[in-house]
Design a protein. Structure first.
Lengths: 254, 283
């Protein structure tokens, strides 16, 4: 029995799922990010002075791309797994001869592919609209993957925890989205007053955005090594948690 | 070696003990039936076999392999058609079957071919590219069974496979299951239709309130628990006695209405052992 075929089939299923819904899964986030670029970059951004030596549009672009990856990776794995729980199609994966870690890996890769697709399209459009420098191309790719892994894994954890769509929305509306917006996508934390500046250091998403900004622009609010450590650490913990929960059959096996 | 060996399996939920010490051995190639009313524990037992339920106590082995120790290997032997659909409702039938084959390691060309063959076999060939939710209840049920056969499982588990399927299709399915069993597939069937169990199964287990209350070949159970007799002109006889033969020698004078054969039924066995009918009503 070759469980790798099962693993690749699960990935194919994920790609089929979001591919057939491209008008809902791929195109809107790309349009939204482009609108962000136009509104914040060209319209409102004209009135903002340079940050760390970059125009406002350049400064926010890495954060916008990172935000697109975060939202899409999270949304893909959480929606896919939660739908599978609701229509019980998850049972077909549990009873199939595929180890739990491969099932989790397939969901993560599904989120990764969608996150990278939207993130790459965003960066592509950004490069076409502005002259975006890529200070560290390899690191940019690495961070894209790491951020997608983190939020795909978080999506899996949320989908396992949630009892209904409201629960899932709670995670998105009250945890993920505020953390992104308070994570320095649109500003440098050095622009924040004292207490908010200090609070930002407790927001893991700040390190993801800041690290990603360093990879693209070569500038950062904190030491890049610190961001790298947080990104890799959070990726390891979230992925391990998702695998563990799946392995024990949390809310899946009675 | 046995196909399935269940030893002392108990499953406790918070306040309910769904399985209360099940012991069951199903030899390779047997057509085995599980009979019981709703809530008897049939589905919990099946879930314990396929890995959707973790027993509180006891062990389950598939072809000698313990399901908790070697889950992936055990799962590779099984095919399941569940009572309630568990599919991606917005996928086409073709994709549902192909993906299912892929989960069990079938390579792409083989699973494409097999999916089409099975859809044709179950009268769903022209629905291959329709989304699952658009099909009628009977078609959905047939699609579930077709999916369970994608991988040529060594053990096929069918949980209420003919509920909602019309009589003609039910008989076609019976034929298909008999052929599979003849070719060596071990089949475990749960059903509400006692005639189905009687028709298909070599042995049945009657399960009630989490316990197996009786087990054996249907005819043996009927013989064991039902009164069987021939009644001629109001006189009951259990055997072909000279008296009966004498009565029958005058058959030209006996109208068919004056002869009755009481052979018993699995339904009667069920009611006698559980105190209620299989649909949960009182006896």
């Amino acid at each position: 029995m070759n469980s790798w075929t099962g693993f690749f089939t699960l990935i194919e299923r994920e790609a089929y799922r979001f591919g057939r819904l491209a008008s809902q899964t791929i195109i809107p986030p790309v349009i939204m990010t482009t609108l962000f670029v136009l509104i914040f970059g060209y319209s409102l951004g004209e009135g903002i002075r340079q940050i760390s030596g970059f125009s406002y549009i350049h400064y926010i672009l890495p954060g916008l791309a990172g935000m697109a990856v975060i939202n899409n990776a999270y949304s893909n794995s959480s929606t896919s797994l939660f739908m599978a729980r609701m229509d019980r199609s998850i049972e077909t994966m549990i009873v199939a001869p595929i180890p739990a870690f491969k099932v989790v890996a397939a969901f993560v890769i599904g989120g990764l592919v969608r996150g990278l697709t939207v993130g790459s399209l965003t960066l592509l459009i950004a490069t076409m609209l502005t002259k975006l420098p890529f200070a560290h191309v390899g690191l940019t790719l690495l961070y894209l993957v790491a951020i997608a892994v983190i939020f795909s894994s978080l999506g899996i954890i949320s989908a396992l925890w949630a009892e209904d769509w409201d629960h899932l929305a709670v995670m998105t509306n009250f945890v993920i989205t505020p953390s992104i917006y308070l994570g320095g996508v649109f500003y440098s934390i050095h622009m924040l007053p004292g207490v908010w500046h200090r609070i930002s250091y407790f927001n893991p998403i700040f390190y993801l955005i800041d690290g990603f900004r360093f990879a693209i622009l070569g500038v950062s609010d904190v030491n890049p090594a610190c961001s790298a450590a947080v990104i890799l650490g959070v990726a390891t913990v979230t992925l391990a948690t998702a695998i563990y929960l799946f392995r024990i059959g949390y809310k899946l096996i009675v | 070696m046995d196909a399935v060996r269940i030893t002392g399996v108990r499953k406790r939920y918070k306040r309910v003990e769904a399985l209360q010490g099940i012991d069951l051995v199903i030899p390779i190639g047997e057509f085995f039936g599980l009979l019981g009313p709703n809530g008897a524990g049939k589905t919990t037992l099946i879930k314990s076999l396929v890995g959707l339920c973790r027993p509180t106590e006891g062990s389950v082995t598939i072809f000698g392999h313990e399901t908790q120790q070697e889950p992936v290997l055990c799962k590779s032997f099984l095919g399941l058609s569940p009572q309630e659909p568990n599919v991606d409702r917005y996928f086409t039938l073709r994709k549902i079957l192909e993906f299912h084959g892929g989960y069990y390691g079938l390579e792409r060309p083989l699973r494409k071919k097999r999916a089409l063959e099975l859809l044709e076999q179950f009268g769903l060939g022209d629905k291959a590219d329709d989304e699952y939710w658009k099909l009628s209840g009977g078609m959905q049920k047939r699609a579930m069974i077709a999916r369970s056969l994608m991988t040529n499982p060594k053990i096929l588990i069918l949980d209420e496979p003919t509920a909602g399927v019309d009589v003609e299709q039910r008989h076609q399915l019976w034929g298909c299951l008999r052929n599979l069993n003849r070719d060596g597939t071990t089949i475990i069937l749960t059903t509400h239709y006692i005639d189905e169990a009687e028709e298909l199964c070599e042995r049945v287990a009657i399960i009630d309130q989490g316990k197996i209350v009786e087990m054996g070949p249907p005819q043996e159970l009927i013989a064991r628990h039902c009164e069987q007799y021939i009644e001629v002109r109001g006189k009951k006889m259990k055997k072909l006695t000279p008296e009966l033969l004498g009565a029958l020698s005058q058959a030209s004078e006996i109208s068919p209405q004056e002869i009755a054969v009481q052979r018993g039924s699995l339904e009667q066995v069920f009611i006698k052992l559980t105190g209620h009918s299989i649909d949960g009503g009182g006896s």
